[in-house]
Ligand binder design. Sequence first.
Ligand SMILES: NC(=O)c1ccc[n+]([C@@H]2O[C@H](COP(=O)([O-])OP(=O)(O)OC[C@H]3O[C@@H](n4cnc5c(N)ncnc54)[C@H](OP(=O)(O)O)[C@@H]3O)[C@@H](O)[C@H]2O)c1
Length: 424
Amino acid sequence: MKTVRLGIAGLGTVAQGVLDILASNQQLIATRSGIDLQVTRVASRTPKPDVNLAGAQFSTQLADLYADEQIDMVVELIGGEDVAYEFIQAALAAGKPVITANKAVIAAHGNTLLSHNAAPLRFEAAVAGAIPIIQAIQHGLVANRFEHVVGIINGTCNYILTAMQEQGAAFADALATAQELGYAEADPTFDIQGIDAAHKLAILLGLAFDSPFNFADIYIEGITEVTSADIQYADELGYHIKHLGLARLTDTGLEARVHPTLIPKSQLLASVNDVLNAVLVKSDAAGNTMYSGPGAGGAATASAVLSDVIGLACQLPQQDTPRSVDASAVRVLPIEDIRSAYYLRIPTKDEPGVFAQVANALSSHGISIEAAIQKEPRAGQDLVSIVILTQVVQEAEMAAAMTQVQSLPQVQGSIARIRVETLD
Ligand SMILES: NC(=O)c1ccc[n+]([C@@H]2O[C@H](COP(=O)([O-])OP(=O)(O)OC[C@H]3O[C@@H](n4cnc5c(N)ncnc54)[C@H](OP(=O)(O)O)[C@@H]3O)[C@@H](O)[C@H]2O)c1
């Protein structure tokens, strides 16, 4: 039996989840892994006398963790970007292996941190909570070339879109309920604007396509523009709207985008609801594999943190080699170059011939219509909605066509445009 002493930074939801799991499963972990895990120090901003630290020393100085020679590895669970980055860097420099759940830090600084020779860094919990997606990509599927990695990787967005789909809730009401239930932060910006999902996609993309983590390359749309009408029309056409992170290798480069997406109801991802996350991976040898489960929550996230801890503990004192990336191999495409089908909802005056004009405008940009429905005005409104599903087209052509359609005198108000993916 090898004893491994942990220092934990932070004493919030996930850190308490780690302490709780160890309180109940420490013996089980020891039996399975031969590792006796002991939390010997916790450092966080605010003391929490109600939390049972099981004998660990508490300090408000994060540096106490990596300065302690008795500590074998450090777990970073404070969140945020700058302080966490400095802390991880200092801990690695002090030779302490680090485990983190912090996607913002890995997406922004992972290249630097993972080039460290001094000690290994693990971050399974940073993407999709409990789901072992990083292990799947780095180990389970290591013999594969990846075609795409597509995921529902933000539970808050998925909860809101599910409530809009199943209860007909308006966006604002669904968000308010998510906040009441603790699924959304008081300031939900990072989630509903797609930033959190983009952090996670940057990590998945870097790992699957052996490229550097580059958050700035990700095209990002949130879910704030999705309306109940769009959800209902998509449903009539046979689709659900999900907020997806999508990384796909094409002949010309990598598509890397986060946005609301119509996916066929028959697709497994379409039935991943509420706060659940799921990631669909298509690779050359294994084909399609899908992973789903809780993307957040103290215990679920702590489960992934401890998986990294035990994985590293089994290797100690062996050192990792730094991650090598092939920066020249693949290029992330600008959004104008991606290809996608589209759902369009075009608000127009109720006049004869409008549909033909819209169809002509699309056709003049080489855009074919896959399906269309024309909706009567909604109660209290005098505009009709023309709802169109297009065939696959280049984004730049669609943007040009939309400028033309928007300028038609009968078109009133903004056109809703949501990408469609069949994920074949
Ligand atoms: N919660 C989830 O479901 C979940 C899921 C996946 C990943 N994660 C990631 O896990 C990490 C931790 O999340 P969490 O939900 O546990 O956060 P949390 O509940 O807000 O806890 C953060 C803890 O860190 C402490 N802290 C914050 N800034 C600090 C600083 N500068 N110096 C010292 N202590 C500091 C906080 O102290 P105070 O008590 O004073 O605030 C708090 O105890 C984040 O990176 C998050 O993105 C969380």
